[in-house]
Design a protein around this ligand. Structure first.
Ligand code: 13P
Length: 211
């Protein structure tokens, strides 16, 4: 049984924490969490630093808006993850600087644009981070493209836009979004350096230990 009041509070607390540390600026980013009979999502044009638990958008099981302020225009992005991944209980979308920088690079591996440099990146994001082609923010056409990518990945990078990360809980999704941002920062800081990556045996060991 999910406690909707507690989830509303948690969305606002975690969003404020992301905002306070610069993972989101202005009204960028949105967060959703699954309820037993629908979804809570941050309102469109809201600032993650100043959300009101009572005003989060409430959607029913058919994704109709039934309460709170008007929902994020990125509902299609969030729905794509819930449709593709049975375990997904929350989705976080940010325009965080370093992950978005990677999403703007021309020449990256479109299945794994960030190499396995550190264990927590592998543990929280996994081995695959598809780069999904550019769509205008709020474009419903992104839904099938993201869903196709999300079938084999917990997170994606939207080209020239930013990361979208799912989690088996709200906290998991936020932690994974933070870990992705730090991994992207390390990757960008180390570009041009000779870098020691985790070996495939080390990556496989993390997969066995931490799933
Ligand atoms: P919303 O304000 O509609 O949630 O959109 C913000 C955003 O991050 C667009 O990608």
């Amino acid at each position: 049984m999910k406690d909707e009041t507690a989830l509303r509070e948690a969305v606002c607390t975690l969003a404020a924490s992301l905002f306070a540390r610069g993972f989101s600026v202005g009204s960028a980013g949105n967060i959703s969490v699954r309820l037993e009979d629908g979804v809570l999502i941050t309102p469109t044009n809201s600032c993650l630093g100043r959300l009101d638990p009572a005003r989060l958008s409430r959607l029913d099981a058919a994704w109709r808006h039934i309460g709170g302020d008007a929902p994020s225009k990125e509902v299609f992005m969030h729905r794509a993850f819930y449709q593709a991944r049975a375990e997904a209980q929350a989705v976080v979308h940010l325009h965080s600087t370093w992950a978005t920088a990677v999403a703007c690079l021309e020449e990256v591996d479109a299945r794994a644009p960030i190499p396995p440099l550190t264990p927590y990146f592998v543990m929280r994001i996994g081995e695959t981070l598809p780069v999904v082609r550019y769509f205008r923010p709020g474009d419903p056409a992104m839904e099938p493209a993201i869903a196709a990518a999300a079938r084999t990945a917990r997170a994606v990078l939207l080209a020239n836009h930013g990361p979208v990360v799912s989690g088996a809980s709200l906290t998991d999704a936020v932690y994974a979004a933070e870990e992705l941002e730090e991994a992207a920062k390390l990757f960008m800081l180390l570009r041009g350096e000779r870098v020691r990556r985790l070996t495939s045996a080390q990556v496989a060991d993390l997969g066995r230990r931490f799933g």
